[in-house]
Ligand binder design. Structure first.
Ligand code: DGL
Length: 232
């Protein structure tokens, strides 16, 4: 495997581009192949087995058809149910978004009350409950699924009354739980950060896992001796 091979990345749609942006900013010498599975999106309301099948198909295609030297699962729903399988099956490093996001979240909190929002699949999988407990067992996590958010983003509707009203309703449990930091546990949600920030108020820090994932990708590439050198 050569360092010149691309990093392979996938999501159900263009949400994962928030992660791609962070990887490009941190690792500008790397080549990147991105698949947005818009034909089968959304993943968030599909059964775990089906999402796992899609994730395996896309990750194998990135390695076998595009020669990817590493896979970044830029989708929380897919990472929640398929990361372990992909890491076991593929010969290249596989980085997900859940653990890096959980680590960033527990670092930010001051009152030890944190929140995570994600798709029905992600929240239902319990992946964040496990990851936050592993990162810091003293932190109390409140989770909420936000069905509808991804559809708004894919339609390009990231502001307006409809989105705000839905956000008020879905985020109410997080406000009631007095969280001081909220992880956007779906790679589409940074596109809704303004609305989510307005609803949660200025005292709640919004955490996106994108930067943390980029650091994890850099560390994995460095560890495998696959970091691409700058062109001279
Ligand atoms: N962006 C994805 C995630 O992080 C998937 C959203 C969806 O397709 O429902 O979970």
């Amino acid at each position: 495997m050569s360092p010149d091979a691309p990093i392979g990345m996938f999501d159900s749609g263009f949400g994962g581009l928030t992660v791609a942006r962070a990887v490009i900013d941190l690792l500008p010498n790397e080549n990147l192949v991105y698949i947005g599975d818009t034909g089968r999106y959304p993943y968030g309301n599909k059964p775990a087995d089906e999402v796992r099948r899609y994730a395996r198909e896309l990750a194998h295609s990135l390695v076998e058809d595009y020669g990817a030297k590493m896979i970044v699962v830029a989708c929380n729903t897919a990472a929640s149910v398929a990361l372990t399988d992909l890491q076991a099956e593929l010969d290249v490093p596989v980085v997900g978004v859940v653990e890096p996001g959980a680590r960033a979240l527990v670092r930010v909190t001051h009152n030890n009350k944190v929140g995570v929002i994600g798709t029905v699949g992600t929240i239902g999988s319990g992946a964040y409950a496990r990851a936050v407990r592993d990162a810091d067992p003293s932190v109390h996590l409140t989770s909420a699924a936000c069905p509808g958010f991804v559809e708004f983003v894919e339609r390009g509707q990231t502001a307006g009354d409809e989105v705000s009203i839905l956000a008020e309703r879905l985020l109410a449990p997080l406000k009631d739980a007095d969280v001081d930091s909220l992880l956007l546990g779906c790679t589409h949600y940074p596109f809704l950060a303004r609305v989510i920030g307005e609803v949660m108020g200025p005292d709640v820090v919004l955490v996106s896992s994108a930067d943390e994932v980029a650091f994890a990708a850099r560390d994995a590439l460095t560890g495998a001796g696959l970091l691409r050198a700058p062109e001279i």
